[in-house]
Ligand binder design. Sequence first.
Ligand SMILES: [Fe+2]
Length: 739
Amino acid sequence: MPAGLSGASPPNAASRPSAASPLAAAAPPAAGFTADWLGQRVVFADGALDRLPAEVGALGARRVLFIAGLAGAAPARAAALLGDRLAARWDDVRQHVPADLAVAVATEARRVRANAVVSLGGGSATGLAKICALQTGLPVVAVPTTYAGSEMTPVWGRTDGAVKQTGRDPRVLPKSVIYDPRLLTGLPPEFAGTSAMNALAHCVEALYAPAADPLTSLSALEAARLIAAALPVIMAPGASSGPARPAGTAVASPAGTGPDTAAQAGRALLWAACLAGRSFGTAGGSLHHSLCHLLGGQAGLPHAQTHAIVLPHVVAFLSAAIEPQLGRLAAVLGTDPTDVAGALWDLGAAAGSPAGLRALGLPASDLPAIAAALAERQPASPRPLSAADALAVVTAAWRGERPAPLSPALGDGQPGRIGQPGPDPGTCPQPGPDPQPEADPQPMSAAGLSAAVIDRLQQTPDPRLREVLTSLVMHLHGFVAEVRLSQDEWLAAVRFLTATGQICSDRRQEFILLSDTLGVSMLVDLLAGPSGSGSAGFATESTVLGPFYVPGSPERGYGASIAERPSGEPAWITGRVTDLDGRPIADATLDVWQNADDMLYAVQNTDAPQDNLRGLFRTRADGSFAFLGVRPTDYPIPDDGPVGRLLASTGRHPWRPAHIHVIVSAPGYRTVATHIFDSGSRYLASDAVFAVKSSLIRDFERHEPGGTAAVPEGVPPGAAWYSLRQDFLLSPVAAESGD
Ligand SMILES: [Fe+2]
C-alpha cells in the first residue's frame, strides 16, 4: 500500500535498496549541484478562481485574451470575473497544438491588442496559452482544471504535420498559476486518472532527467507519494462526482472512500500536480517524454493516456540505470524496488489507463517507424538507447502487459527486462533464497523475441547489412504481429515463395515479376535517383527493368532493324542522346528490346530467333541514333505461375501497356533503364507493374504506303509504318554525389 496521505505509513525499511543508504540517496551528491530554480507565483486555495482579477491586475494587464475550450460554469465565471478586461475569448483548443492553431491564436491576440493571456483548462488550454506567449511575449495566468501540471513548466509543444516539436523558453512559463481544487470537482474519472498519471510521469522523469537537483527530487518524490495515495481514492466509484467539501477535512485511508475523502484526495492531487510540474519544469524530460511526444505528434495519440501507458515500460527499460532513484521511488510508492515498473502499471490500471497503445488504435505496423524515429532522436536517457531497444520499449508499451519484476535483485547490473508478461496485477513474487538458474528462462513474449532477434543482428560486421537486416526484421515482425499471421497462412507463404523460386529459370524470372507486381521495383526506382522528366535540363526518367532483359544483345549499325523475322508493323525510332544542356553524347550505347505482335519477347518464344527484336546501338558524333523496330503491343505478364495466381486472387489483371525497353549508358553519365510507352495503349493507367511515368509516353506516327515521308530501309514495300522520335538526356555521374 502507498504511504497514506496522513503520512502514517512509513516506507518499509526492508524494501529500500541495499545499494544506497537513505541519507546517501537523499543528500546532495559530494560534487554538489547547480540549479536554475524557476520563479513563479502560485495561488492555491479552494475558491482561488475569485482571485483572478487580482492576479491579472498585478501584471498590469487591461486587455486579456481568455483561452478556455470547455463549456460550463467555470469559464463563464472566469469571464465574468475578468469583466472589462476581457478583450476576447478563444475556445478552439486542441491537443498537441497544431501549427495552424498556434498561428491563429497569436493573430487573435494581436488583433484584440491583448496584453495578457489567461488560460482555463487542462494541458491543451495551457499549452495553447504558452504557444501564444512564445509568439507574442504576452504574460500568462494559468488556471488548471486537470492534474497535467504543464502550467508549472517552461516547456512548449507544437505539432507541425506529423512532428511534434517541443522546446523550453522562459517566456512561456505562466507568471501566475491559480489552483482552485473546486474547479476539479466533477472531473470525470477517466480524465482525472489519466491526467494524474501524467503528473506521475513528471515525477518519475524528474528523478533522473539531466538537470535533476535535490529540490526537484524532493518535490517529485512528495508528489509521487501523494499521487499513489490519492489516485485510488478519486477513482473509487462516485468519488469525483460529489460537491466540493471545505478544506481541512480529515482523510480516511484509501479503502474508506467517501465524499470528504474524495475532496481531500482531489486537493492533494492538485498539489501533487503542482509539485510534479515544478520538478519536471526545472529538471527537464528524458526518454519517456520524448517517446510520448513522438506518439502524440506522429501517431496522434491522446496525451494523458499515452503517458499512463508508456511510463511503466520506460521505467522497466531504465531500471538498471536508475537504481538509486528507483529505491527512493519504491519507498514513496510503498513497493519493492524490484517492482517499481509494475507498481506504476498497477497505478495506471487503477487510473483506468487503456491496456497498451494498441487499445488507443495504434497499428502494430507503425511501431518500427516510431521506434526508428525515437532511436534517431537519441533523447537524454540514463541508459543508451539502440534501435533494438527502442523497438522493444515501443512494442512493450503497445502490448501493455504488466512489466515483470526485476530478477535477480536490483543491482545486478543487468538491464530491466521489458515486454515480458508479469504476474497478475497486485501480486509480487517473493524473493527466493537462491538465484534463478539459467535453465529457468522467463516466458518468451512476442516483443521479447523481436528484441532478441534484433539484438543478435547488432554484431553484423558490415554496417549497411546490419541496418538493412535490422529494419527488415522490425518490419517483418511488425507485419506478422499486426495481421496475427496463423500457422496455416505462414505455411502458405512458404509454399508460395518456394513455387516462385522453382519456376525461375534462365528464361523466366518470377521473383522480379513478384517484385514488379507488388510495386517494389518501382519503389526502388523512385528512391534511387533524382526525378527527371526528360525535358530540357532534366534527365530522362527511369522505370522498371522487367523480367525479360537478357544481356548480350547483338551490336547493330545505325538505322538497322532489330526484327530478324516478320514481327509486326515497322516502327522507325530516332533521336539523340545528350547531356542536360543538350550537348550531344557520342558513342553512347542503347540496349533495346521489345515484344512482337504475338505479344512475346524472344526470350519467351523458343520458336523465334533469340536475338529477335533486340539490339545494341551506338550514337554517332552528333549523339544521334536510329533503329527499325516494330510497334509494340500490350501484353500480359506471365500469369501461369504463382505471381499470376496471386494477381487472380486479388482481382487484378496482368496486362502491361505496350512499350519498348531501352537502357542508355555512356561513360561519365548515369545509366538509365527506361521504357518508351505507346500513347495508344489502353493499359497506361493500370499497368500491372506500376511502371508508367507520363514523361515516357510517346505518340507513334502512322505513315500509309505512298506517303511523302522517306521510307526507312527495311520497311517492306507497300507496307504502312510508324515513326517516333525519342531523345534521351543523361545526367553526369558527378551531379549525383550530393543526392
Ligand atoms: Fe516489357
